[in-house]
Write a protein that binds this ligand. Structure first.
Ligand code: 8DG
Ligand code: MN
Ligand code: MN
Length: 417
């Protein structure tokens, strides 16, 4: 049941920072934002090395402004008054207003480059740099990658190819709940009183996601030490893991004053769970959710399969349309691979970790920018540091974090920018 999105035609000025606004999953301007998100993604594919993706970010910020608008945009003049809507985004908005679609966006999403990059970056362990290298070498399909013996694939990429279909089938909320319960059961057996919270997109109200983000903690500081490896040992024993890579806690309190403060230093594990298919109600995974609101790009697109990269993949390139839904192919194994992130946060950092791992990624970026620019504070997934008072600001809840930042509290569902 989708709640109606409240409409207001009241003239309004959006605050500059995304974290100062309410941004819900459903809003009034999907026809523009889906187009801008194609451009954002495309710009990300073109980006070289570590260079900041300023072009991608510009499209994202324009889309965020439109998402926060409490009514459908009907004229380009209003778009001009919105924060972070640059000339390029404006021209796309204008095209959609005038013609119902943007030819530029259409050409990009129909193009070989964009489609191939979506396909390759859909492989677990493959980022845009690797994908582009492969594209430039002439690879176009997953089989091109699989069949080239000169490529030395990393362990995560190998499993990413193997489980491509699993990992590109959206995780449902029901599956996320099952995985959370599995982990909670193990965690609480090992450490009574420990907590396991579903964060990421699901906490923000999404009903599908690319992974399951679980934040693990214990109310007593220090009790969480050693928990992750013990949990992983149990899961391994039960043969529930298809892949795991763990990073130790590298948190250094002094790092907040250095440039690396945006990094996350929690002990964590990026894994792939084997989720037994018998635990999932049948055909849940093959059933496609209804398409999202018709966007400009969708109209007349010859390749609707490429529109929402995280939800759908190009079936033909992924190895045949039939195989995606073909029971025979998947019947070989009794489980479906699901990406799971496990993060361990000590009690004193828990509130900041919860904000950080709830996202959205862009909301967090906005929070950090706001903290820095408007409050002279450094926000990380671990702490908030007041650079004027020269002190850390402890928080025991998300509400505390927003209070320190002098921001109205935003529910997770309102952080979908
Ligand atoms: P999705 O999985 O449904 O596609 O969306 P999501 O849940 O919003 O994205 P995510 O990639 O799973 O990230 C969840 C949050 O975790 C997001 O706000 C970014 C945050 N995050 C960190 N550190 C790290 C990190 O090191 N890697 C990743 N992937 N995410 C991180 O705070
Ligand atoms: Mn996630
Ligand atoms: Mn994640």
């Amino acid at each position: 049941a989708q709640a109606a999105v409240p409409v207001s035609t009241e003239k309004m000025t959006l605050p500059k920072h995304e974290c100062q606004r309410i941004t819900r999953l459903k809003h009034h301007n999907h026809r523009f934002t889906t187009a801008l998100e194609v451009l954002e993604e495309h710009a990300g594919y073109l980006q070289v090395g570590q260079k900041t993706d300023s072009r991608a970010r510009a499209f994202r910020r324009a889309a965020c402004s439109l998402k926060a608008l409490p009514h459908p945009l009907t004229n380009v003049e209003e778009a001009r008054t919105l924060p972070h809507v640059g000339t390029h985004s404006l021209s796309v908005i204008q095209d959609i207003l005038e013609d119902g679609y943007s030819q530029e966006v259409q050409d990009i999403s129909d193009g070989d480059f964009y489609g191939t990059m979506q396909l390759f970056t859909g492989i677990f362990g493959v980022g845009s740099a690797t994908a582009r290298k492969w594209y430039e070498r002439g690879f176009r399909t997953l089989d091109d990658i699989r069949n080239d013996s000169t490529l030395s694939l990393k362990k995560d990429q190998t499993i990413g190819l193997e489980l491509y279909q699993d990992l590109n089938t959206p995780v449902t909320l029901a599956e996320a709940d099952i995985i959370q319960e599995m982990v909670r059961a193990e965690v609480q057996k090992l450490l009574p009183g420990a907590t396991v919270v579903l964060t990421g997109g699901f906490r923000r109200g999404k009903t599908k996601g690319h992974d399951v983000d679980l934040l693990i903690s214990h109310p007593t500081e220090g009790k969480e030490t050693g928990l992750l490896s013990a949990v992983l040992a149990k899961l391994r024993e039960k043969d529930l893991l298809a892949y795991e890579t763990t990073s130790a806690n590298t948190y250094d309190p002094s790092s907040v004053s250095r440039k690396e403060y945006t990094l996350d230093h929690f002990e964590r594990c990026f894994s792939i769970f084997k989720l037994d298919k018998s635990l999932i109600s049948s055909n849940q995974n093959t059933k496609q959710a209804p398409p999202s609101p018709v966007g400009a790009v969708q109209q007349g697109s010859s390749r609707p399969d490429l529109l929402h990269h995280k939800d759908k993949v190009s079936l033909e390139r992924a190895g045949g349309t039939a195989s995606f839904l073909d029971e025979e192919k998947t019947e070989e194994k009794t489980w479906i691979g699901r990406r799971v992130d496990l993060i361990i946060a000590p009690a004193s950092q828990y509130a900041y970790a919860l904000v950080g791992w709830t996202g959205s990624k862009h909301f967090n970026r906005s929070l950090r920018l706001y903290a820095d620019n408007e409050m002279n504070m450094k926000l990380t997934n671990h702490v908030l540091y007041d650079s004027v008072k020269n002190q850390y600001l402890p928080a025991s809840s998300e509400e505390d974090v927003f209070l320190h930042l002098q921001l109205p509290y935003r529910e997770p569902a309102e952080r979908n920018c």
